[in-house]
Design a protein around this ligand. Structure first.
Ligand SMILES: NC(=O)c1ccc[n+]([C@@H]2O[C@H](COP(=O)([O-])OP(=O)(O)OC[C@H]3O[C@@H](n4cnc5c(N)ncnc54)[C@H](O)[C@@H]3O)[C@@H](O)[C@H]2O)c1
Ligand SMILES: [Fe+2]
Length: 389
């Protein structure tokens, strides 16, 4: 927990509009002071097919903004893929970038926005505060309830040669406008709903137990865990439930606000090598790891479990903190079962021989391991990966 003399900061998107069908009203919510003429929309083919992009173009047109649409950003994009996109869109004269998609598209738009204006390569911007100038203003519209990228100053890039995923962290990545429209998430397939939902829960859970937790992050983390616990199973079992989808999307955004104010920890540190080396989707990697990392952390975090138990709807008021912690653990395990989260790394080609390499790679994610309430050494981390074989 933060010390009494520590300061804590809250920063996020310039504006956030939320509500069903808010995408169709984007023009009204862009700041009136901005004179935008030409937007480039990055999205996936399903959003085009479902008609949402036409709706968005009409909304922009009413504000006098002409928009071009482009699809083809890869899932969990690599550094070379993004540099190539940067060359492709250079000279297009766009004054607004809009991302309508999951974390992959939102992160790509954030990176492309600053690549266009900084004259630096992605490699030169990896790290914290290494972006020097504002990018092209962005509008970020999430279509998964997972990353919270729409409100965070982070963007994740895959480096295939190093078998790593690394982050650009800069306030210049924060968007001009975030649009939280749950209707866009109705088409999310079940398994992506489950994995991205658990990623969002992990953001809030880790922000709450992080060494950097503070009153700002706690506020959003608790509300986020409440919304997600209430609706994760329903959104998985009944994807057409707009009420459940709305809880999940708000919960996911609150998770992004919580992690920006605080920080994620060992679950995310161990997840990145699984993505970088074995291409396991980010949400799946986090969902697999959460119960096992939590078990190892438990003796350092059990005193915070009664509040988490209450947030996720468990009645533990008459129980000890240790017993509340057990029940939280059981609930997390139960979700991995109900949501059919894979629990075996062997399915992804990971074997005992890979554990040293994975562990070394995880130890390099010091930025996040430093937030973990318990110091995890080589053997601790290797032991967690081994649990998943
Ligand atoms: N910037 C951050 O703060 C942050 C935080 C966590 C993760 N990330 C990064 O975000 C990326 C993962 O993002 P993600 O988990 O949102 O997944 P994703 O963006 O990779 O999308 C997963 C799949 O879902 C599909 N999809 C997305 N929305 C859909 C919809 N509404 N209907 C149907 N299909 C849809 C996509 O086309 C894709 O195939 C990773 O690169 C991860 O490292 C970023
Ligand atoms: Fe995440």
């Amino acid at each position: 927990m933060n010390q009494a003399n520590q300061t804590y900061l809250f920063r996020t998107a310039n504006r956030i509009v939320a509500g069903r069908h808010s995408l169709g009203r984007v023009g009204e919510h862009l700041p009136m002071s901005g004179t935008f003429r030409s937007a480039l929309i990055f999205t996936g083919s399903s959003m085009v097919r479902l008609g949402y992009i036409d709706e968005l173009k009409q909304a922009l047109d009413r504000r006098g903004i002409f928009a071009e649409v482009t699809t083809g950003i890869d899932n969990e994009p690599t550094v070379d893929h993004l540099e190539e996109w940067n060359r492709k869109i250079s000279g297009g004269g766009f004054d607004l970038f809009i991302g309508v998609g999951g974390g992959s598209i939102l992160d790509a738009v954030k990176i492309l926005s600053v690549l266009q204006t900084n004259g630096k390569s992605i490699r030169e911007m990896i790290g914290t505060n290494l972006v020097e100038k504002p990018g092209i203003p962005t509008v970020l519209v999430p279509t998964t309830s997972g990353t919270g990228s729409e409100v965070t100053p982070n963007a994740i890039v895959t480096f295939p040669e190093e078998e790593l995923k690394l982050a650009v962290v800069s306030d210049y990545l924060l968007p001009l406008l975030t649009v939280i429209d749950p209707v866009l998430t109705l088409s999310l397939p079940r398994q992506i709903t489950a994995a991205t939902g658990m990623d969002a829960f992990t953001h809030s859970f880790e922000s709450y137990i992080s060494n950097k937790a503070n009153p700002f992050s706690n506020l959003f983390a608790i509300e986020s865990m409440k919304l997600i616990a209430r609706s994760i199973v329903r959104s998985y079992e009944d994807g057409a439930s707009l009420d459940a989808r709305e809880d999940m999307l708000l919960g996911s955004m609150y998770g992004g606000l919580a992690l920006t104010a605080s920080g994620t920890a060992a679950v995310h540190a161990l997840a990145y090598p699984l993505g970088g080396k074995f291409h396991i989707a980010h949400g799946v990697a986090n969902a697999m790891l959460l119960p096992h990392v939590t078990r190892v952390n438990m003796d350092s975090i059990f005193h915070r479990m009664p509040e988490i138990a209450a947030a996720i709807g468990l009645n533990t008021s008459s129980l000890s903190a240790e017993r509340a912690a057990e029940l939280v653990m059981e609930q997390i395990f139960a979700w991995t079962q109900t949501l059919s989260i894979p629990q075996n790394l062997a399915e992804y080609g990971v074997g005992e021989k890979d554990l040293d390499g994975l562990t070394e790679a995880a130890l390099k994610v010091k930025r996040l391991l430093d937030n973990n309430p318990k110091v995890l050494g080589f053997e601790d981390i290797k032991g967690i990966y081994r649990k998943l074989l």
